[in-house]
Design a protein around this ligand. Structure first.
Ligand code: KPL
Length: 315
């Protein structure tokens, strides 16, 4: 299919009484994952909030990495009447996870795995408290996604996705990664998912606040103007990671950050997009989490503290 082409033959989500995947939240990344899962033949439903009940839902207008646009007919449901859920993929922003999940307390069978795919850390522990018997799985993904209108999504970058257990019950669910891989091209299971979450957190602490404050594409952070700031952010994150039992060096973190800057050079970070759209950012779960862990170890993180304050003032 040539780049930029449009195809309005609807890709149908298989309508079974209980879809294979139920997605909670349909922002940029949720829309892209819902589209890719449906395209791979895995029946998928998105659960929306009640306020979307009256909005028109003609399907998802999805543009692939290759620039091919397709209208995807996807089943939708509402949180108040969730129907039967086999596996729940939570794709809301970090700050909305608990609010979105709370109405489902008592509605989910205890063997339903809950997969969390937001940026930042510190939320999964709260989800375990809400659903003490369910398998809780944390995920990190570096796929790029943009939303340019109501149910209009573009896949802007192919990334990696990793899942891993938060609690004991989750250990039996490694096969979820295989199903995701069938849709995304790659996905893996890692028993040490916390290490990957910390590495992603470091990347987000470096890229997200700076791109949002200075209104930059990720690639613009490669310029000499930001070299010192990026290095200091990485030194501070590495200090906290060491104290948390996640040994790493600041040089290693900086290399990781610069690789992501390069790979996503043409993308706008999620925090940039949130600020531009006037949405709440994920600063609490990203830099806020780092500051909390730093404070508990008595570690000073002045550069990250300054970025946190600047985003809070602007958002
Ligand atoms: O995860 C991201 C985000 O924007 O939230 C990065 C990796 C920074 C890519 O933009």
């Amino acid at each position: 299919m040539p780049s930029g082409s449009r195809d309005y033959n609807l890709t149908q989500s298989r309508h079974t009484s209980s879809p294979q995947w139920t997605l909670l939240g349909c922002g940029a990344l949720g829309g892209v994952f819902a589209s890719l899962l449906t395209q791979s033949g895995q029946a998928t439903r998105v659960l929306l909030r009640e306020r979307h009940r009256s909005t028109l839902h003609p399907g998802i207008d999805f543009t692939s990495l290759e620039g091919h646009t397709q209208l995807i007919n996807i089943e939708r449901g509402f949180i108040s009447q969730p129907g039967q859920i086999k596996r729940l993929l939570v794709m809301t922003k970090a700050g909305q996870v608990i609010e979105a999940l709370t109405p489902l307390v008592g509605q989910l069978a205890t063997d339903v795995p809950i997969v969390l795919l937001h940026n930042g850390m510190g939320i999964a522990e709260q989800v375990v408290t809400l659903f003490p018997h369910n398998p809780i799985i944390a995920g990190v993904t570096s796929h790029g996604a943009m939303q340019s209108g109501h149910f209009v999504f573009r896949h802007t970058g192919k990334g990696e996705t990793w899942l891993g257990p938060v609690n004991e019950a989750a250990r039996a669910h490694a096969a979820l990664a295989d199903d995701l891989a069938a849709a995304l091209g790659q996905a893996g299971w890692d028993e040490q998912i916390q290490a990957r979450q910390w590495q992603k957190l470091a990347v987000n602490c470096a890229i997200n606040p700076l791109t949002a404050l200075y209104k930059l594409k990720n690639g613009e952070l490669a310029g000499p103007r930001f070299a010192d700031a990026l290095q200091q952010i990485c030194v501070e994150v590495a200090d906290v990671m060491q104290a948390e039992g996640q040994p790493t060096g600041s040089d290693e973190l900086l290399r990781r950050v610069m690789t992501v800057v390069e790979l996503t050079a043409d993308n706008y970070s999620s925090m940039y997009q949130d600020m531009e759209q006037g949405r709440e950012t994920e600063i609490e779960a990203i830099t806020g989490f780092l500051l909390a862990r730093a404070a508990s170890h008595g570690i000073a993180v002045p550069v990250n503290q300054g970025l946190y304050q600047a985003i809070k003032e602007k958002q």
